[in-house]
Design a protein around this ligand. Structure first.
Ligand SMILES: [Cu+2]
Length: 226
């Protein structure tokens, strides 16, 4: 009994000592606030919006982080396995053959590259050369080599960690002609003095979408690597 108690006490003491080291030893990439594709709505964005019923990912759509070079929508995170389920009823966004992808970054990590894949083929890459991105980043990607329903994988490669962030976006390529995409983008009718609507802003109704609300939910962990 006495011995047993001593063992327990020793174990508890060891635990107390070990705890701070456990935190210190988390790799820099074990960060929880980062980024995701918000437009067109990625799978995790649909989870966060409640469009699709999901598990933990609904609280932290920005947290799909894994080692660089993965090809799965969940970035290898079993707790986000919802994202790998193609049969979950994801909303498919009709797009033209040129698509603007917007990332919402909750931590602006220095960036090596942004990559876009369809069917394992890289359709676009943007090299930031280690620069720190703004809180919102948009890339225009030419998908003219594709048509119909496609699952696109977007990847944000962090410059100063071994990790990347992953987001899958379900698209119907060619389903929306460029000039059909945005009735909302028409210039205001009345005022002839109004400056011309910029080409980039016209034709993409998703630019008008409100920024996704900060997801509420379980305790937020701060990003360690920024
Ligand atoms: Cu982060």
């Amino acid at each position: 009994m006495n011995l047993n108690l001593r063992r327990k006490t020793a174990a508890a003491a060891a635990g107390v000592l070990a705890a701070p080291f456990a935190f210190a030893m988390l790799p820099a990439g074990t960060a929880y606030a980062h980024g995701y594709v918000s437009s067109p709505e990625s799978r995790q964005a649909q989870c966060a919006a409640g469009t699709v019923d999901c598990g933990e990912i609904q609280w932290e759509p920005q947290s799909v982080e894994g080692p660089k070079g993965l090809t799965s929508c969940s970035g290898g995170n079993t707790r986000f396995a919802d994202l790998d389920d193609d049969g979950k009823g994801w909303e498919v966004t009709p797009v033209g053959t040129t698509v603007d992808f917007t990332w919402t970054l909750t931590a602006q990590h220095r960036t090596s590259t942004w990559e876009y894949f369809i069917g394992g083929e890289r359709v676009a890459v943007v090299d930031d050369g280690g620069a720190q991105p703004p809180a919102s980043v948009t890339h225009t990607v030419d998908l003219s080599g594709y048509s119909g329903p496609q699952k696109l994988l977007a990847v944000w490669n962090i410059a100063d960690t071994p990790n990347a962030f992953y987001a899958c976006v379900d698209l119907d390529v060619g389903a929306a002609a460029a000039n059909e995409e945005a009735p909302a983008a028409e210039a205001p009718a009345a005022d002839e003095q109004a400056p011309p609507v910029e080409e980039a802003a016209a034709g993409h109704e998703h630019h008008a979408a409100p920024a996704p609300a900060e997801p509420a939910g379980p305790p937020k962990r701060l990003c360690r690597s920024s």
